[in-house]
Design a protein around this ligand. Structure first.
Ligand code: HSE
Length: 433
């Protein structure tokens, strides 16, 4: 790009699209000064080009016709911000075919079809920037790829979904029920109308797949990740956890274990003094362990118009600068096949909350089944009395094998002394994390 002008088209003028457009328009001079190249917003494509987004878009930029973008020779970077799989995937592949670099915030698309998109981009010699797909405004992709590139990672953990963390934080701080906080978050327009991806851990798993591929250079698929959400967590669990010295967080964990990689997303009890336990509200945090650097934590807003817009614009600038130097950065290539550690072989301490009848022999019955499966109890608490058919019994275990835990619970949940499905939360210890 000899005239040092990089033309940008944004596809999707929603929350993130407006944030990115606003930065590109309002900070054009500052960006030029910082990067030494000129980044020019040429087109914004959306079905709705008339609603007020709160800032002025110069004439000629807004369009409803995406084909204008593909054929324009002065557009070098195609920024996909509509989310979802289709038509985002088709348009990204078409833009690559036309020789455009790609910037996207689309974690679901990259988690599910990342390989196809990266292969197409590599073939065409264009780059794919995806900083905004994980952690919103937190530059975790750049940290893993660049700042920490000297390291072999031992683990990548994090709170990667603001909605789930907001819900757990409110439950924890105010003793509210999951359903109540979720409804409130939806009323405030904070949680999606369909919150499944956020509360069931799927959005977190999308982000973990992307991050784990980069950190461990292995081909991680979404189906390789064990996923559990937070919808079965009760205020009672949070209260018990607190008394035992833990907070409950929806954690994403990718961890090396004997040459294999453990990949899991689930509610996790972490010691209250741990940095990740202090992450409250809609914030995200990434806790990385590398062989040279040791532990690094990144913290910030994982969603929202301007934080995510900030990540999108950073990718645009990187592409503009690298293209100017004749050196467009690659996406993600040369990944090795995954050596996955199955969840059944996980060794962890566990929290169990049984709902059981309050009668003689119940504790002995539960403990007996756990014992048969090699699960050793560290402590046990039974508090409430009165409701004879449904009292909570909480047990913490010593290190146990996931396979044994699942087998024991399958047997226990059949017993007539156990009156509801048992809640299980894995415990991460301070020494491990
Ligand atoms: N829905 C996500 C969250 C933000 O709540 O964190 C976008 O990744």
């Amino acid at each position: 790009m000899t005239d040092k002008k990089t033309g940008i088209a944004i596809f999707g003028f929603g929350t993130v699209g407006s944030g990115a457009a606003r930065i590109l328009l309002e900070q054009a001079e500052a960006l030029k000064k910082r990067t030494g190249v000129e980044v020019a917003l040429k087109k914004i494509c959306d079905r709705d080009v008339t609603s007020d987004r709160g800032f002025v878009v110069p004439e000629g930029i807004l369009t409803t016709d995406i084909n204008e973008v593909f054929s324009a020779s002065d557009i070098h970077v195609f920024v996909e911000l509509i989310g979802g799989i289709e038509p985002a995937k088709t348009f990204i592949l078409k833009a690559i075919e036309h020789g455009k670099h790609i910037v996207t915030a689309n974690k679901a698309l990259l988690a599910l079809h990342g390989r196809e998109i990266m292969d197409a981009a590599a073939k065409k010699g264009v780059s794919v920037g995806f900083e905004a797909s994980v952690g919103g405004g937190v530059p975790v992709i750049k940290a893993v790829r660049e700042g920490l590139r000297a390291n072999e990672f031992q683990s990548v953990m994090g709170i990667m979904n603001g909605t789930a963390n907001y819900i757990l934080s409110r439950m924890s701080d105010e003793g509210l029920a999951f359903e109540e906080v979720l409804k409130e978050a939806q009323r405030l327009g904070f949680a999606e109308a369909d919150p499944t991806y956020d509360v069931e851990g799927i959005d977190t798993a999308h982000k973990l797949a992307i991050l784990a591929r980069l950190a461990f250079e292995m081909q991680v698929e979404l189906s390789d990740i064990h996923v559990e959400g937070i919808s079965s967590i009760k205020p009672l669990d949070i209260e018990f956890a607190r008394e035992l010295g833990y907070e409950i967080k929806l954690l994403a964990i990718a961890q090396k274990a004997g040459g294999e990689l453990e990949l899991r997303v689930h509610p996790t009890m972490i010691p209250v003094g741990h940095l990740l336990a202090q992450v409250k509200g809609a914030y995200n945090a990434f806790y990385l362990t590398g062989d040279s650097v040791g532990k690094v934590m990144l913290y910030g807003l994982g969603a929202g118009q301007m934080p995510t817009g900030s990540a999108v614009v950073a990718d645009i600038c990187d592409i503009a600068m690298a293209s100017d130097a004749g050196n467009a950065p690659s996406g993600m290539s040369g990944l090795l096949p995954l050596r996955k550690r199955p969840i059944e072989t996980l060794s962890s301490r566990y929290y169990f909350r049984f709902s059981a009848k309050d009668q003689p022999g119940v504790l002995a019955g539960i403990a007996g089944v756990l014992g048969q499966h090699n699960i050793s109890i560290e402590s046990c608490v039974q508090k409430a009395r009165g409701q004879k058919d449904d009292v909570p019994i909480v047990m913490l275990t010593h290190e146990a094998m996931e396979r044994d835990v699942q087998n024991a619970l399958a047997q226990l949940d059949q017993l007539d002394i156990v009156t509801a499905r048992t809640t299980v939360i894995r415990i991460e210890e301070g020494k491990k994390i």
